[in-house]
Design a protein around this ligand. Structure first.
Ligand SMILES: [Zn+2]
Length: 480
């Protein structure tokens, strides 16, 4: 029994419900991908399925739009599979149990897959329609967005001709995304030398920081525990003969590190200096971060040391911690409040006898990503560290002259009597990868209101789905 059959727009909710019956978590997309191919074949539409299981379905323009250039409508077919602890839902076999409460569609005990099933449902409703005027449509449905964007990265784009791309994977109605960051991960490692040293060992720990997502929250300019630790150690090395024993901090490259710890050795007569320095630096940190990080705490405890680093190794590592840049590097002059480039020292750890720092670098301008990479290399060289760069992903740079953005703003303003909000995000989107495959594509991203995505309480606003559909249909009409 169809649960959504009385909802409007009928076709959109019909196809959304059909998709909800097909298991489609990331990495498990064969069934839904084949189902999309069958959808196209049943309607005699041109269809391409590539090795990554991405599907492209084409439909000619309607009367008066036959010669218009094609519009690519894009979303991802995979969804995050999260369920309530007590649920025995099997994401590999079971259909989702949809239900409607007031203005919202939920799936009982599981994620709903509104992210990004609603984009596919819109696309299918357009392909199935006979009464909506539109330019030629190329519906692009990608795989594996949620676990690494492998579908977009491995897309065979050879059959796509459209120069306009509408991505429907944003979660707030009335907000148009127009740019995203690219990024790369960098590690810098040090191979310390050890020696005998007649010192006393202590553990210094920094805690109480808020942290946050290294893309979205880097703009808040919160403290980074590893950077604070570096400053404290540098100051201490000016006061006394300091040796490092071991270091650790942070847990994820893409999270601002909240805690850091250093085991050190100093001569026993320098103990008072250690306490004095810790107090001075703790006051300075609390003063500097009184707004964003008021609870910074530094503690000293006695420790034990089996092996102690040489003075040179100690200096190299501390110099690196102090000088390597961190946080926001460039702000946009076109979009207020947008971070263009940044980096985050997310992890400090010991791996195979080496001390290793991991930085997440982000930028919506490619050359500024390279600029940060160059600085890391130069500083690492000066401090005798070894650099590695990996997990490179491309950006979607802001286009100052975008036809589709202009059309979208005009259409939206006319339809709703208010201006939409233009936003860019300092994190990766499929649009970055698609921009690399389709360099000429003029792109925009929007979507209806979704709440608590990636959790079992994910829900989607029915009225917002309807408004966003009306907007999409009106926009296509205007893209002649
Ligand atoms: Zn998504």
């Amino acid at each position: 029994m169809a649960v959504l059959k009385d909802l409007q727009p009928g076709k959109v909710f019909h196809f959304f419900e059909e998709m909800s019956n097909i298991p489609r978590t990331s990495g498990n997309e064969k069934m839904i991908s084949d189902w999309l191919v069958r959808f196209a074949k049943d309607r005699n539409l041109e269809v391409h399925q590539d090795e990554a299981l991405n599907v492209i379905i084409k439909k000619p323009g309607t009367s008066g739009y036959e010669k218009s250039s094609a519009v690519i409508i894009q979303g991802h077919m995979d969804m995050v599979g999260e369920k309530a602890t007590e649920s025995n839902h099997n994401f590999l076999n079971d259909p989702l149990k949809l239900r409607v409460i007031d203005d919202y569609v939920y799936a009982t005990d599981t994620t709903l897959g509104g992210d990004d099933g609603i984009a596919v449902a819109y696309g299918l409703a357009l392909l199935d329609s006979s009464d909506i005027p539109h330019p030629p449509i190329e519906l692009l449905v990608t795989t594996n967005e949620e676990t690494g964007m492998d579908g977009a990265a491995n897309l065979d784009a050879s059959s796509l001709t459209g120069k306009t791309l509408i991505n429907i994977d944003a979660e707030e109605e009335g907000i148009f995304l127009v740019s995203c960051a690219g990024g790369i991960t960098s590690t810098v490692s040090f191979q310390p030398d050890y020696e005998k040293y007649q010192g006393e060992a202590f553990k210094i720990s920094i805690t109480g920081l808020k942290g946050g997502h290294s893309g979205i929250e880097i703009i808040k300019q919160r403290a980074n525990s590893v950077k604070l630790l570096g400053r404290l150690l540098y100051k201490l090395s000016e006061e006394c003969d300091l040796r490092l024993v071991s270091l650790s901090g942070g847990s994820k490259h893409n999270a601002i590190s909240r805690e850091a710890e250093a085991h050190i050795a100093i001569l026993s007569e320098d103990y008072t200096k250690l306490n004095e320095t810790v107090n001075i630096m703790a006051d300075a940190f609390r003063n500097e971060y009184s707004v964003e990080d008021p609870d910074i705490k530094i503690q000293v405890a006695s420790s034990k040391a089996d092996k102690i680093m040489t003075k040179k190794s100690t200096e190299n590592i501390i110099s690196y911690m102090v000088t390597v840049p961190d946080g926001v590097q460039t702000m946009s002059k076109e979009i207020e409040g947008l971070v263009v480039s940044s980096l985050n020292l997310g992890v400090l750890e010991e791996l195979n006898g080496k001390v290793q720092f991991t930085h997440a670098i982000r930028s919506s301008v490619k050359s500024l990503k390279f600029e940060i990479m160059v600085r890391i290399r130069a500083i690492a060289d000066l401090c005798s560290g070894t650099v590695q760069m990996f997990s490179d992903y491309p950006e979607w740079q802001y286009e100052s002259d975008s036809k589709v953005r202009k059309a979208a703003v005009e259409t939206y303003s006319k339809l709703y009597g208010k201006e939409p909000e233009i936003q860019a995000i300092h994190a990766g989107l499929e649009c970055g990868l698609l921009k690399e495959k389709l360099p000429e594509a003029d792109m925009i991203s929007f979507g209806p209101n979704l709440y608590n995505v990636h959790t079992p309480s994910e829900h989607m606003s029915i009225s917002s789905v309807a408004r966003t559909w009306d907007f999409l249909v009106a926009l296509l009409k205007n893209l002649k």
